[in-house]
Design a protein around this ligand. Structure first.
Ligand code: BGC
Length: 265
């Protein structure tokens, strides 16, 4: 089985760093044209565009473009899709990857503004981007939306109520959108990574004590690498996964087993 995405037009939100950047690289390697959405650090998006252009020097048209938009802002999302329409005439693959985890605090000490911000980026932002994508995909009767969830759509995480709630919400939004879009031949899936070494959790893996504690919760005994998520993401948005829709695929080193694992030692 060879996974190819030649001719496909993909948008990856938060594509300028971490898991998003790994997905951008993998989709481009499979032949897709990729729009790299970002809200801050344009220099990272620009560097990634340059890297992909250099790797595809012979390509007839641009294989990568950077598009700035805050996914939680409906007006900016509309403008981003208008730009993709102008450049590409539409979209075939959306990876809703942009996300934040927010400032940790037990619920009774949590800042309501922080809670709202996390929900706005992770859940409302995914909704807004999927809404614009599905409008186009259902009309053309093809396309895939992949929502980046987390093991924390299923397992609790003290101090991160907004994050866990946003990911659990995203899981059900995925199922509902999949049901709505299925009659149009459009698939909607979620991918739930476990602990992957990226900037979002650098504070955990750069501290030996918190890393040791984290590893006791991962049966495979190590953190994952962004490429291990990107490979599965590429498979899920490809024709090789044509009969998959409406659920969450966990890529977590068996971390969702961890309560039992921790007890059983
Ligand atoms: C979070 C990471 C965390 C991992 C496992 C992810 O959703 O973004 O910070 O390490 O879950 O707990």
């Amino acid at each position: 089985m060879q996974i190819r995405l030649d001719g496909k037009r993909a948008l990856v939100t938060g594509g300028n760093s971490g898991i998003g950047a790994a997905i951008v690289r993998e989709l481009a390697a499979a032949g897709a044209r990729v729009a790299i959405n970002y809200v801050v650090h344009p220099e990272l998006a620009n560097a990634l565009v340059a890297e992909l252009q250099a790797a595809n020097a012979g390509a007839a048209s641009a294989v990568a473009v950077g598009v700035q938009a805050d996914v939680s802002d409906a007006t900016q999302v509309e403008a981003m899709y208008a730009e993709l329409d102008r450049q590409w005439g539409g979209i075939d693959i959306l990876v809703n990857n942009a996300g934040i985890d927010g400032a940790p605090a037990p619920t009774w000490e949590a800042d309501p503004a922080n809670f709202e911000r996390v929900l706005r980026v992770n859940l409302q932002g995914s909704f807004l981007c999927a809404r614009s994508a599905l409008k186009r995909m259902t009309a053309q009767r093809s396309g895939v939306v992949l929502n980046m969830s987390s093991v924390h759509e299923r397992i609790a995480w003290s101090g991160f109520g907004a994050y866990t709630a946003s990911k659990a919400g995203l899981a059900m939004l995925t199922q509902t959108m999949a049901q709505e879009a299925a009659p149009f031949g459009v698939r909607v899936l979620a991918l739930a990574p476990g602990a992957i070494r990226t900037p979002i959790n650098q504070n955990v893996w750069s501290n030996p004590d918190s890393l040791r504690d984290l590893l006791t919760k991962i049966p495979l005994g190590r953190m994952g690498e962004p490429a291990e998520i990107a490979q599965v993401a590429t498979f899920l948005v490809s024709g090789a996964a044509s009969y998959m829709s409406g659920n969450t695929v966990f890529v977590d080193g068996a971390m969702t087993d961890y309560p039992e694992f921790a007890h059983g030692g």
